[in-house]
Design a protein around this ligand. Sequence first.
Ligand code: S3P
Length: 753
Amino acid sequence: MPQSSRIVIVGLGLIGGSLAAALRQAKVGQQGDDCVILACDPDAGEIRRGMDMGLIDNGSTCMGDVLDAATLVVLAVPVLAMSSVMKALAGYLSRMAPDVVITDVGSTKATIREAAIEAFGELPERLVLGHPIAGSEKSGVAASNPDLYRDHKVILTPEQDTDEKAQRLVETMWRMTGAEVLYMGVERHDQVLARTSHLPHLLAFSLVDTLARQDERLEIFRYAAGGFRDFTRIAGSDPVMWRDIFQANRDAVLDALDDFENGLAVLREAVIQGDSDGMLATFDRARHARHYFESLLNQTSYQAEYQMQETAKLRYRVAPGGSVTGRIRVPGDKSISHRSIMLGALSEGVTEVSGFLEGEDSLATLQAFREMGVAIEGPHQGRVTIHGVGMRGLKKPAGPLYVGNAGTAMRLFAGLLAGQEFDTELTGDTSLTRRPMGRVADPLRLMGAVIETSEGGRPPLKIKGEQRLNGITYDMPMASAQVKSCLLLAGMYADGETRVREPAPTRDHTERMLNGFGYPVEREGDTCWLRGGGKLVAAPIDVPSDISSATFFLVAAAITPGSDLLLEHVGINPTRIGVINILKAMGADLQLENLREVGGEPVADLHIRYAPLKGIDIPQDQVPLAIDEFPALFIAAANAQGTTRLRGAEELRVKESDRLQSMADGMTIIGIDNTLYDDGIDIVGKGGEGANYGGGRVDSHEDHRIAMAFTIAGLRASAPIEIDDCANVATSFPTFVELTQKVGLSLEEVRYD
Ligand code: S3P
């Protein structure tokens, strides 16, 4: 607080008293601080209690006694008392400091703004309306709690011409209580609060009242269990205060109530009809929305709510040395996991998935379908049950679909949403927001889709529904499975045939899986096609382990003397095995054992032992087949004898980060000799059996594969390697740390600001 502040709290109840207590706790008006905290309240007993508790220096039942030279006035009276209090305050303005700042704590803002205009003749520039979102069923100054606002949100709703200094002062005051300060417009505040606070209170009051009026109430309450207690706790709140709030925020509450009643009517019908899928869809969606509430609200990557609770970032610290031994199974394939949800949701019947990747990316896809009305059970240890709604059964989601860090989700969704009857918006995290979407929006527009992108073809994507799509023949300018898949998915909704030619083979999971779900996709040479208007029939999916995740362990074992590792059940689809071909060409001792086929995808156990590697020129035809594996392969190259040359890999520049640049920067820091090109890199490896480079701190650029690549580099470094910003490893490989420790790396996780 500025020196010599005179803070006057008008209304010394729970809210005003807790503010005083929190400011005291932050040393305001304590020894060595010349600020004073004063209060006025019509109840002399409350003032006395406040002084006895040491919360205020002085107080009065009359406003005029405490307002002289006031620098900050906080109105902490009930909402409907605000008008008369402001009118009284207006009469004392001349006695307060010339730059006095006024704020309030009311739960509704539009009526208080009106009251202020009426009282002061106009909205004072130094009036900053605010609302701390904290409270308790208790009331009165005796219940004051210095920690009531800690880690709670305070919403300030200044107008355009509200004085900036005044805003900063009010913000500072709330920050001193430990609260987080947010800004919002008045109308938005009232709508948001009507839904998140006022409606639940109305329901709780109503439910308890309804039950309490029933004759057998004693019986009912005797058996009332946790559900009743959880749902109705807030029915113990102050009735007068809530009556005022419902009067003050009438329209917004009625809107919220309408929505609620509509939702309830749908559920009622589902109960009447015994509509098990309908109920499951609603409950499951609600359960997950509840669980991920924080991350949904904050729009960070999907499961990152756990990391988000602490704002700290995640750093890996890898000690040098160690060997890589044992037998492990890495999580399910990301590409197949995304597609299993997409095709399962659009199918007729129930799709059972096993081995599903419970990483943030594929969970974002799953959540998006829940938001479009699909009942999905799980995931429970990789098992997901999808109750398909058929090609035309998706429902308009309530808001934008947020897909986190997942480029695959955004691009494939673009195709299938272009064919729906409703409008949608696709958004993602900051990394995804930088990635090019023109590559899918442009050909979709050729098919007749209406899609808006941000500048430079970046997300968000706004996709218009009810468009008639036509099949096209498209010559892809880049080898991209995401673009191909996007167009095939849109093609299912288009008239005629959609044909896609790829300049080089790219992963073919979409084609295989569509065929597996009974939707014929043909291929001849470099072109695949399908005809619109077909349907999908549910089919079980066994997701193999992701070869892209297995790669980090393949390279770890390949570069570390003494290593012997078995990776179980890895998908070895021919369009994904560039890494196997490249490592073998470099001299790796890698065997494919127990080859078999599961659910239309070839699978094997990969057995790798250490053998000295040599640098190679990476064959062009292997580049699209190993596109996600290059960060790890660069570390293999850094430990090989001689130079490894990669060209024709400009696609690496538009992945979760610019992977050529991110890897070159990190390698330079730890002393790996490299030369960067527009479309590739040369890496010079020392090929020795000891340390091949030093340690240092590198940045993952929030890219999961960069983080994991530098982790395995630690095995052959002479000093520890630290990698910043590793939280996104959870997008594709949530068990990475656990498995690296299991096979013998010394990896530690550190939280930092
Ligand atoms: C993917 C295709 C590839 C790959 C990505 C997953 C897919 O992207 O890098 O991790 O599931 O279709 P491009 O299609 O952009 O090459």
